[in-house]
Design a protein around this ligand. Structure first.
Ligand SMILES: Nc1nc2c(ncn2[C@@H]2O[C@H](COP(=O)(O)OP(=O)(O)OP(=O)(O)O)[C@@H](O)[C@H]2O)c(=O)[nH]1
Ligand SMILES: [Mg+2]
Length: 369
């Protein structure tokens, strides 16, 4: 069977991975290529998968653990997409709190899947405001061990994509690129905007030019890494709301605003809170990638008597507290107007990463003809 190119697009929670997957898939499909996407999370019921599927993209999901702790689940997802759409390109988004991907994914892929797959360089996205703080030796509002994960993701990357460059002036972009290159000299640094589609062609050219993939392994302290993940409470829930006719755009925005106000008031750093409200094929998606100022929504779910709401929250607090805050906020908003029917609800603390494979040497990227 022909080679399928597999692109791993990592990066911390909220860096813009799913947005990049969507935008890149549109570009590649426009060029006549068949594209498949793979999402990943510690638990099922993913906003990301729903969002991409609603946009008519072919998505496979690995949920229940990260790619590195379920390498076979990851390669099964690759096989499934290859069988279903004969994909020319597969773009995979690992969990945002996951690192050590060069040792646990890139090297095993090169070692065991070299005949079927063309493995692209490890690309890691960074949100400019968090990146700016990390480069200054700060913690970007995160627990120091979560900031350790952020730094390690960049350190092991082949390509660093400074995303959301539309929020910066060109001088700020240049300055950030230079500082990033100085701190992570082994990586190629590009600026992109996943929402505007800029810089993506340059990134794809670099990938298709046959640059080396998984060029280096980095030292990783699994105690710090595990703790950096464990400080995050994780909640994935799906709820159907029935009741009075409601403007769901306003509802979703208010829900996120109330959540943000509560997290800010209680000094709980937000990794990423994402919500999608679906009214048939109409939907609104909302995100919170830090304090209340980071709140954004897009799309429109219109008005109706019923909605499906998926909530994925990653916040630095215990999962029990996160559950309490999300439930209380939703209940208060529903009041006596909506009856919430929970169809799935899980909250957890990510367990210590135990990768299926962990290579200690770099595998040559040689691709047989
Ligand atoms: N301004 C701007 N916002 C962006 C860009 N890319 C992503 N975003 C926003 O950043 C937020 C997070 O985007 P996602 O694509 O969901 O981020 P992610 O990395 O997939 O997040 P996780 O899956 O939770 O790790 C959303 O509000 C996006 O609209 C960009 O290029 N510019
Ligand atoms: Mg995502």
């Amino acid at each position: 069977m022909k080679h399928t190119r597999v692109i791993l697009a990592g990066g911390f929670l909220g860096a813009g991975k799913t947005t990049l997957l969507w935008e890149t898939a549109q570009k590649l499909i426009g060029q006549g290529l068949r594209v498949g996407l793979i999402t990943n999370d510690q638990a099922p019921e993913l906003v990301d998968s729903e969002l991409l599927t609603l946009n008519n993209l072919q998505v496979a999901e690995v949920s229940g653990s990260c790619f590195c702790c379920n390498f076979n689940g990851f390669t099964d997802a690759i096989q499934k997409i290859r069988a279903e759409v004969a994909a020319d390109v597969i773009i995979a988004e690992p969990v945002g709190s996951c690192t050590d991907l060069s040792a646990t994914i890139m090297q095993p892929l090169k070692q065991y899947w070299n005949r079927e797959l063309q493995i692209a360089p490890l690309s890691v996205l960074a949100d400019p405001s968090r990146l700016d703080a990390i480069l200054a030796g700060e913690h970007a509002g995160l627990h120091p061990d979560a900031a350790y994960i952020y730094r390690k993701q960049l350190e092991e990357s082949d390509i660093i994509l400074i995303n959301k460059s539309d929020l910066l002036t060109s001088k700020q972009v240049e300055d950030l690129k230079q500082r990033t290159s100085r701190t992570f000299p082994a990586a190629t640094v590009l600026a992109v905007s996943a929402t505007q589609g800029t810089g993506i062609d340059e990134w794809l050219s670099l990938i298709t030019a046959g640059s080396e993939a998984g060029k280096r392994l980095v030292e990783m302290d699994y105690d710090i890494y595990a703790h950096g993940e464990a400080v995050l409470g994780w909640l994935n829930g799906t709820v159907r709301l029935h009741g009075a006719t409601t403007d769901w755009d306003r509802f979703t925005r208010t829900f996120l605003e109330n959540l943000a106000a509560r997290f800010d008031r209680e000094n709980l750093p937000v990794g990423h809170v994402k919500v999608i409200a679906e009214n048939g094929r109409k939907f609104i998606a909302g995100n919170l990638t830090g304090n209340r100022e980071t709140l954004s929504t897009r799309g429109s779910a219109g008005s109706s008597e019923e909605i499906k709401l998926i909530i994925n929250a990653r916040v630095e607090t215990s999962p029990e507290n996160l559950d309490r805050i999300v439930r209380q906020t939703l209940d208060a908003l529903c009041a006596d107007k909506h009856i919430p029917e929970v169809t799935a609800w899980r909250y957890l603390q990510p367990s210590r990463p135990q990768p299926t494979h962990r290579f200690t040497e770099v595998v040559s990227s040689f691709n047989p003809a």
